[in-house]
Design a binder for this molecule. Structure first.
Ligand SMILES: Cc1cc2nc3c(=O)[nH]c(=O)nc-3n(C[C@H](O)[C@H](O)[C@H](O)COP(=O)(O)OP(=O)(O)OC[C@H]3O[C@@H](n4cnc5c(N)ncnc54)[C@H](O)[C@@H]3O)c2cc1C
Ligand SMILES: Cc1cc2nc3c(=O)[nH]c(=O)nc-3n(C[C@H](O)[C@H](O)[C@H](O)COP(=O)(O)O)c2cc1C
Length: 442
């Protein structure tokens, strides 16, 4: 009985705390003013969202009225009523749609809207290293076209942020009223940071070495939010500032918040079968000397930001996924309820940030900490842990908790399947659409 009462009290309290809805996303649902161009993005890690913002700004400074929306907030009626739409769509997974798209596609197929009054253009972001290049951008293009919408310009494919393709898109914006006098968008510029520290986080581990990398900024430090991503140039900083730097960047989730005065990363050294180190991880974990310059730029990843409200938060991840989960925990206000479910291999050697996490557990900042070790006696993976704590997870989610998931692709797929089992397909899809369930999987 006492347990039951405690459970009910906990439910009530979670409902109270979680009652604050996702206000920061609600403006997205506001009606679109007549005559406005709809600028829509489907973005997994922030690039498409950033380009949509730049697209909207280019039209606004040219005097057009614009409504900027995530695809998650777009309804078939909105498309029927809008005269013009610009869509910026990334592809994720193996040719899959970003999470933004889940609810949209279901709504679209159910409504079968007649879009013959809509003029549109699509910018498709992708990477030719993947088999299904720009697949989701093409799928969206087909969807609109089949519904009768009229393409004003051909779809533009962008391979890894290619500046030429982006200039092409900028040109296309003129067809939607953008001024010809606007300056070219340049690819975002690297800034020079200094490698200030490198600490091995898993001494004795049988897994690949994992390092906490610390960088300080020369000059004024830029801002960022937990969930954002560092694009690191994997070679000498001087080379990065050439007009065409010879190497591609590598992405790493930020592990610190700006208030800490330094930028942190958690990087696993990658080695191939011949023992050769990876380009980016080798640079950060081995080659770059302490005190050396590192060219880095920060990419905003708004889908994966810490919830703006005080709703309870469940953080789930494995391996280097701890990087952004740690930043989120640091960013959460005191008095919020936070729960970390984290997996690694070996309970003896693979406990990154153990002291800090235990401190947060003692202070109550972490209401729960569940660790799953795949090489321990019972051999648990994160998804097994999710199933094990299913009852409590349902209590938190019914109290409006949000879920952030970060780490490897295999873990991400396993946990997603476990969440669908535990919470139900409909609930998980709804959470994706509301932005209450966000993933950063690599
Ligand atoms: C959003 C995001 C966040 C990330 N956060 C982290 C993090 O916090 N910590 C962390 O350690 N890692 C993180 N990563 C992974 C990281 O970006 C690198 O992929 C990883 O460090 C390995 O890169 P490398 O340059 O060391 O190895 P590489 O030299 O890239 O070699 C790795 C392997 O990948 C192959 N490969 C290289 N490029 C491609 C490509 N484009 N497509 C397919 N195969 C390719 C190579 O042939 C090799 O087999 C993140 C990735 C993404 C996308
Ligand atoms: C995990 C992952 C999977 C990806 N899969 C594909 C793919 O199948 N096809 C493709 O063209 N690009 C793929 N990409 C590249 C992204 O589409 C590209 O980097 C895009 O600019 C990301 O935009 P976003 O930051 O808005 O999500 C993938 C990127 C990641 C990180």
């Amino acid at each position: 009985m006492r347990l039951l009462l405690a459970g009910l009290a906990c439910l009530g309290w979670l409902a109270l705390v979680g009652g604050t809805l996702w206000r920061h996303r609600l403006h997205q649902a506001a009606p679109v003013a007549p005559g406005a161009v709809l600028v829509i993005y489907a973005s997994q890690t922030g690039t498409a969202a950033g380009l949509a913002k730049a697209t909207a700004e280019a039209l606004e400074v040219s005097g057009r009225s614009v409504a900027l929306r995530s695809l998650a907030a777009v309804t078939p009626v909105m498309l029927v009523q809008a005269g013009e739409a610009l869509l910026i769509a990334a592809t994720t997974g193996e040719g899959d749609a970003p999470d933004d798209a889940a609810g949209f596609l279901a709504r679209f197929h159910a409504a079968k809207p007649d879009l013959s009054g809509l003029h549109y253009a699509v910018l498709a972001l992708g990477d030719t290293h993947y088999r299904h290049f720009c697949a989701f951008g093409h799928a969206l293009d087909r969807l609109l076209h089949d519904a009768g919408a009229v393409p004003v310009a051909d779809l533009v494919e962008v391979d890894q942020g290619d500046a030429g393709a982006l200039r092409h898109w900028q040109q296309n914006l003129r067809l939607f009223g953008a001024s010809a006098a606007l300056p070219d968008w340049e690819s975002p510029r690297y800034r020079r940071w200094v490698l200030a520290g490198r600490e091995l986080l898993n001494p004795g581990s049988a897994g690949g070495p994992m390092y906490r990398i610390t960088l300080t900024c020369e000059g004024e430090m830029p801002g960022w939010a937990a969930g954002d991503i560092a694009e690191v140039y994997p070679g000498s900083a001087e080379e990065a500032f050439l007009p065409k730097p010879p190497l591609p960047h590598r992405d790493y989730s930020l592990s610190t918040v700006p208030q800490e005065g330094e930028l942190g990363l958690v990087v696993r050294l990658f080695r191939d079968e011949q023992g050769r180190s990876g380009l980016g991880s080798g640079f950060l974990c081995e080659t770059a000397e302490i005190g050396a310059g590192v060219a880095l730029r920060i990419r905003s990843n708004p889908r994966f930001h810490t919830p703006a409200s005080r709703v309870p938060l469940v953080l789930i991840g494995n391996g280097t996924g701890i990087s952004s989960l740690r930043a989120h925990l640091k960013a959460r206000e005191p008095g919020t309820s936070n729960w970390l479910i984290y997996g690694e291999r070996d309970p003896l050697h693979d406990r990154p940030f153990a002291a800090e996490l235990e401190g947060w557990q003692r202070s109550g900042h972490l209401a729960r900490l569940d660790l799953a070790f795949s090489r321990a006696e019972e051999g648990l993976y994160v998804q097994d842990e999710v199933r094990r704590v299913a009852d409590m997870l349902r209590v938190w989610v019914s109290g409006d908790a949000a879920i952030l998931l970060c780490g490897s692709v295999a873990m991400g797929e396993g946990v997603d399947a476990a969440l669908r089992e535990v919470l139900g397909e409909a609930e998980v899809n709804e959470m994706l659409v509301q932005g209450r369930y966000s993933r950063d999987i690599y």
